[in-house]
Design a binder for this molecule. Structure first.
Ligand SMILES: Cc1cc2nc3c(=O)[nH]c(=O)nc-3n(C[C@H](O)[C@H](O)[C@H](O)COP(=O)(O)OP(=O)(O)OC[C@H]3O[C@@H](n4cnc5c(N)ncnc54)[C@H](O)[C@@H]3O)c2cc1C
Length: 463
């Protein structure tokens, strides 16, 4: 069995997490030898873009929020600054489906009071938020229970739950508030009310002369690159190809005298003083199963929800209503298969040819595991059927691309904090082995970048 050269650092997984770890290991520790091994014959993991007849289709994520300085710094370091594309500022309108009609999500308190998104009673209950019961002590509360307690059941069903399925593909009843939206919990703890916290934060931002918001809401501005998100991965390829090996799935890791021995499906091995696992957590669990059954068990306890992205291209003439907005989300109570649709060609330029429209539709999530078993024809027929009822789209799409993610989005279910504590305990016991990725401290690209930076920084104390 041939043995490859031993390295200071080996990274397994070439999605955004592994690639960012590679970038920061190279930047922060230029003297260390580092190698990234990716199982597939391409880099990017869930990030990919197809250019087809003037359309640009993102396979998985379609952007990141510009609120994380590290991600912007990364784009700059990779020489991508000129290619950054921000979402169209004129499409801040978002919609929620209720009673088969798309209703605009009100973005200010006066608009909320006159909106038809909730009943009068539901709206009044939201306004009572500052007087809600406080959090039960010592519980890892679900997002749904938190929403119901603070702003009432109707708002939890029609505002919170669809937002959670839009971001996590998850069920608000199962997901942990503390793990998914720690900021909300902090706001409640610090100010006793979300409203009070928002008012206070907005005042402080105004004092600093900052303007928050944008088409993605107060959390930041949706940002991508001209031509699609894969440009980001091309940036890594252009800078680090000599440190990357593709088509190189790792199968097992065991101890060696100097660190860890990694076995690959080709029969090759690699020895590394430090090992960074940047694969999805379920794959990491398999890789470390011999090294540490305890770590493997803890990693394997993080569930994933499947998600399918169905990108549809239509002639603008096929759409009756103006596609003026960001897209819509579907509450579970509406009993549709669609989780939501993003109106990609309204948000970013050149995602569809002139006179055409692109919709990006999502099906699946933790509430619909069976969806991943549907055939392409079934999925397309469900999505086009529901879209034509909701948005009066007529006829068949002229272009369809379908991307299935069986282990699409990790679910930070109740108890995630304890699972993370156990993972950290086991990693510490082993020493020199790290995990990074969307399964641990946040699912967004910004979270992956932050975590990989942290892992690369922590190497300094070891090597
Ligand atoms: C449909 C969808 C839409 C999303 N939309 C957004 C969005 O708009 N904005 C946002 O911020 N986030 C979004 N996300 C989340 C975001 O995509 C992920 O958090 C992020 O891309 C995960 O990156 P990662 O590197 O941690 O994992 P991955 O992208 O899964 O990469 C892991 C890599 O490890 C490799 N690997 C697996 N096993 C092995 C092995 N044995 N040996 C070596 N390599 C291995 C895989 O091939 C893969 O390349 C979305 C996710 C999905 C699925």
């Amino acid at each position: 069995m041939p043995t490859l050269e031993s390295k200071d650092v080996v990274i397994l997984g070439g999605g955004i997490s592994g690639l960012t770890a590679l970038h920061y290991v190279r930047r922060l520790h230029p003297n260390l030898s580092v190698l990234l091994c990716e199982a597939e014959n391409r880099l990017g993991g869930t990030i990919g873009t197809d250019q087809v007849e003037g359309y640009s289709f993102d396979w998985g994520p379609n952007g990141f929020l510009d609120r994380e300085p590290l991600t912007l710094e990364l784009c700059h370091d990779l020489g991508l600054q000129e290619k950054i594309e921000r979402a169209n500022p004129n499409v801040s309108n978002r919609f929620i489906l209720r009673g088969n009609r798309l209703r605009s999500v009100p973005m200010s308190p006066p608009k909320f009071l006159t909106s038809d998104i909730l009943s009068v009673r539901g709206r009044m209950r939201v306004m009572l938020e500052p007087f809600s019961a406080s959090r039960p002590e010592g519980t890892d509360e679900s997002i749904y229970d938190f929403g119901k307690r603070r702003i009432g059941k109707e708002a939890a069903d029609y505002l919170i739950q669809p937002m959670v399925s839009g971001v996590y593909g998850g069920m608000a009843e199962r997901l942990s508030l503390q793990s998914c939206f720690p900021v909300m919990r902090e706001m409640e703890d610090q100010y006793g009310s979300l409203f009070k916290a928002m008012i206070s934060k907005a005042r402080a931002a105004r004092k600093r002369g900052e303007k928050s918001g944008g088409p993605s809401g107060p959390g930041g501005w949706l940002t991508s690159f001209e031509g699609g998100l894969y440009r980001l991965i091309e940036g890594f390829e252009a800078n680090y190809s000599e440190s990357i090996r593709v088509d190189c799935p790792a199968t097992q890791v065991t101890r060696s005298d100097t660190g860890y021995r990694i076995e690959f499906s080709s029969g090759e091995t690699e020895v590394a003083k430090n090992l960074i696992l940047a694969t999805p957590s379920n794959r990491a669990a398999e890789i470390v199963s011999e090294l540490s059954p305890e770590l493997s068990k803890a990693l394997g306890a993080i569930d994933y929800a499947p998600i399918s992205v169905i990108c549809l291209g239509y002639d603008a003439g096929q759409i009756r209503d103006a596609v003026n907005g960001f897209g819509f989300l579907v509450p579970k109570l509406e009993r549709r298969r669609l989780l939501g649709s993003i109106w990609t060609s309204s948000i970013f330029r050149h995602r569809a040819p002139e006179g055409k429209v692109q919709f990006r539709c999502m099906v699946g999530g933790d509430g619909d595991h069976d969806s991943i078993k549907l055939s392409d024809e079934e999925l397309i027929s469900i999505v086009t059927g529901e879209l034509s009822e909701i948005m009066a789209v007529s006829g068949r799409p002229e272009m369809v691309r379908l991307y299935r993610w069986k282990h699409g989005i990790p679910q930070f279910k109740i108890g995630h904090i304890d699972r993370m504590a156990e993972i950290d305990r086991q990693l510490e016991k082993l020493g020199g082995i790290f995990v990074t990725g969307n399964a641990y401290h946040g699912i967004g690209l910004n979270d992956c970048v932050k975590q990989s930076f942290k892992v690369a920084s922590s190497l300094s104390s070891l090597v």
